[in-house]
Design a protein around this ligand. Structure first.
Ligand code: NAP
Length: 484
């Protein structure tokens, strides 16, 4: 299979926070890979911008070091690295002051696509938007890319939307959620809406329940101060898990275009029922090793912030009435694995009798590691000895199905940055979506704060607190194993 690279127009991409962790780990290596794939027309430039007083050459040395750290040696031939670095520039700039803005203005061209990536602390999103406007840096259809977190509650998200909206039209604002850039997430839409097979079954009549798991093995290491003000609900559920839930639960949009898709996602968020407190389990990891427990890694030794959350949601509409959606995410769990599982109901009558056990179809969409989709089907166990049933996966792992090119699935950031350059907002959150998600999240957080609820403890390397398992068991269900 030959991979097709869709060319983009020449661009100037400014990375505010170009010296930061995200730029070094994700954005710059991602751009280099797109460059290698031939997706960066010769006139395109990447302009790093931060306060550090670098010249172009010093910044290029930083970028080179980042590529050496995050891209395997045999994937970065020296001549390509050099050609890529020739397109890199740098402006020392202060997002909150005057320094550097006239330099940036001089450097930018108005006859290419302009994109400004706000890879800086959220407190700088507003000041950057204001200064881009004030210094007339941005052309009419310039795009701004805003990192997470987008607010910490409804009020702050609204304020941020207003500030950005004062200077940029909604069609110019790209709120990034890198989960939406994953190949499998888009493939989920292709599988659902490109086949006759699944969509007729995609409803309360045939689906028993849905599980969405995003499990991490890392703890808050070094980010304790930030994380403790946020917790799993704000950091993961309000954005990433909510976006995944929307893609599973939404009605078929009339077209695969930004507003048609985002309108349908918004309807899902608005149809979510408030969650009963008994349907939420929050946890904090504990370890016998010194310094390894959550409470030892954050400033407040009595913190009530959760590093794990599991919950059961109901969507009040015709398609999903009575179908629970179980969400769980946490740090320091037994494996790093993210998965969506659509668990179908039992066949209405088993001609094989109960003794052959219970067999259910499960469509599992794996986001990491090994992105891919598997459909569990029941077949006869091969060999003599009468009828025995066994569940086997029909594997749609891209690497295997697509041959060698399956190995070269672009990273979520690369794909999303190229969508920004193309001007395609389908995989970015609209302002009203983000606000609706906060409007649903806020009362839940307020509820447990008012009740002074202490998260349950769970062992490092486990699957979360026991109560999370009970959330499922009490309804005769079970979480799928968390497997790398
Ligand atoms: P970081 O490592 O702390 O980098 C911050 C960047 O901002 C640096 O380049 C810093 O450079 C620059 N900066 C700080 N103050 C500035 C100012 N007044 N004017 C201009 N530049 C300024 O942060 P990060 O981890 O890269 O995160 C960036 C954003 O991405 C944050 O919103 C974060 O929440 C989000 N994010 C990060 C990750 C991740 O994996 N790192 C993941 C998801 C989302 P100077 O000090 O030289 O100015």
């Amino acid at each position: 299979m030959v991979s097709r690279v869709i060319p983009v127009d020449p661009f100037d991409l400014v990375i505010f926070g170009g010296t930061g962790d995200l730029a070094r780990r994700k954005i710059l290596p991602g751009l280099f890979r797109r460059f290698l794939a031939g997706q960066m027309p010769p006139e395109s430039r990447v302009i790093g911008a931060a306060r550090s007083e670098y010249g172009d050459d010093e910044y290029r040395a930083e970028v080179k070091a980042a590529l050496e750290e995050f891209i395997a040696k045999d994937s970065r031939p020296a001549k390509d690295v050099k050609a890529f670095l020739d397109r890199i520039h740098y402006v020392a700039i202060d997002a909150t002051g005057k320094a550097g803005w006239s330099d940036l203005k001089k450097l930018l061209r108005s006859d290419v696509v302009q994109a400004f990536y706000f890879s800086v602390a959220p407190s700088l999103f507003g000041p950057l938007a204001e200064r881009l406007h004030e210094w007339k840096c941005a052309v009419k259809d310039a795009r701004i890319v805003v990192e997470k977190p987008f607010g910490r509650d409804l009020e702050s998200a609204r304020a941020l939307n207003r500030t950005l909206g004062d200077h940029f039209d909604e069609s110019q604002i790209y709120r990034i959620d890198h989960y939406l850039g994953k190949e499998t997430v888009q493939n989920l839409m292709a599988v659902r809406f490109g086949n006759m097979l699944f969509e007729p079954l995609w409803n309360a009549q045939y689906v028993d329940h849905v599980q969405i798991t995003v499990a991490e093995t890392v703890g808050v290491n070094g980010r304790g101060a930030y994380y403790d003000k946020s917790g799993a609900m704000r950091d993961m559920v309000q954005n990433h898990l909510m976006q995944l839930l929307c893609l599973i639960a939404m009605e078929p949009p009339s077209r695969f275009d930004p507003d048609a898709v985002r309108d349908e996602k918004l309807k899902v968020i608005r149809a979510l029922d408030p969650v009963d407190k008994n349907d939420i389990v929050r946890g904090q990891y504990v370890s016998e090793e010194d310094g390894e427990s959550y409470l030892e890694q954050v400033e407040d030794p009595d913190s009530l912030t959760e590093s794990f959350i599991a919950m059961k949601l109901n969507i009040s509409n015709w398609r999903w009435a009575g179908v629970p959606f179980y969400l769980r995410t946490g740090k320091k769990l037994k494996a790093r694995a993210s998965e969506i599982a659509i668990v179908f109901k039992d066949a209405p009558h088993s001609i094989f009798g109960q003794e052959l056990g219970r067999h259910r179809n499960i469509l599992a969409i794996r986001l990491q590691p090994n992105e891919g989709i598997t459909l569990g089907v029941t077949i006869k166990e091969p060999g003599p000895g009468g009828m025995r049933l066994v569940d086997v996966p029909l594997d749609m792992t891209f690497k295997d199905a697509l041959g060698p090119d399956g190995d070269e699935i672009p990273d979520a950031y690369e794909r999303l940055i190229m969508d920004v350059i193309r001007g395609n907002q389908t995989l970015f959150m609209r302002g009203d979506e983000v606000e609706a998600a906060w409007a649903w999240t806020d009362p839940l957080i307020k509820g447990w704060i008012e009740r002074g609820e202490r998260p349950k403890s769970y062992d490092v390397g486990s699957t979360g607190p026991e109560d999370a398992a009970v959330l499922m068991h009490r309804e005769g269900r079970k979480w799928r194993d968390i497997k790398a």
